[in-house]
Design a protein around this ligand. Sequence first.
Ligand SMILES: Cc1ncc(COP(=O)(O)O)c(C=O)c1O
Length: 374
Amino acid sequence: MSLSAGRPTVGEVDLGALEFNYRQIQKRIPEGVKLLAVVKADAYGHGAIPVSHKLEKLGVEYLGVAIPEEGVELRRGGIKTPILVLGGIFEGEVDPFFRFRLTPVLFRKDSLKLLSREAEKRRKKVRVHVKVDTGMGRLGVPFNLWADFLKEVKRFPNIEVEGLLSHFSMTDQEKNYTHSQWRAFQRAVRMAKETGISCPYLHMASSAILTAFPSYSANLARPGIMLYGSYPSSTYQPLIPLKPVMTLKTRIHFLKSVPPGTRISYGGTFTTKRESLIATLPIGYADGYSRHLSNQGEVLIRGKRAPVVGRVCMDFITADVTDIPHVSMGDEVVLMGKQGREQISAEEIAEKINSISYEVLCLIGKRVPRVYKE
Ligand SMILES: Cc1ncc(COP(=O)(O)O)c(C=O)c1O
């Protein structure tokens, strides 16, 4: 098998799979509901600029990032679609919102005043989305202060409310909590109308909600994880077909035959019980391959599973490939994704490290080049 130049560890991003997932989500939500695609955290590790260009081509209505810097990166990368900064305004930093046409989510009175003052200086109107807390308990105007906040917003003629939003905290077990959050949001929207605020965008539903309660999508749904082909939890898997977008792969860097009783990697936590073939793979926890996968993870080589043995190091892992026929140096290794009929999902890895697929994807580090295919 030929080796291309350089370290062969890559995250292969399938933009065709992203399109497939986008279309599946569109099918799931009621007609007329638009999509705000969440591309924060570098599009959950997939590369925010190429992912956003693809979403733009697909006609996405809005993009969502967590912090202004992520919005600036998208604008500098040529993205024209409206961008909502979900995390709000940090430490009075309002300039990027004007310079790069970013829309802030608003829930603090001091940000409101600052924004209005800056808009006045620049003789501009500024569009905002106002967030109400209906039960998530993280960001958003507390419900008991909502009426007062709306009145305050109305005092500033250069603040244009383009959207109202909230966020479901959603557990699979407590549907009643979800229903009560939705009712609270509807009440919040009614209160806004009564104050003279009506706006084009109302949004609350992330992946889990648009799947389980599509009618709670208001007129703009905010999917993140499902665009990337993972499920918010296994409950949703039968409800919507998705294709994983990222394949994490490398090639065997070193292969050696060792006698029984050989200790492998730091701390000698694995000892061979038989004459074994040990493959060293050029990926480690510095690349986001969690150290919790030491003696736990599996990889795919020649369409078969091989166990990760010994501790995950910063730059390398070791796998026992004794049972893979004809294994050789340079063979392709899939750490996450499909090979032949076998597949290792982000969810499978998440379960092993006691986490969620979101974290598995976001952990994949900058040192791993992303390569894109359509
Ligand atoms: C405010 C907000 N909306 C939408 C999303 C997207 O959620 P998901 O990735 O579960 O679809 C997130 C993700 O954390 C979020 O924080």
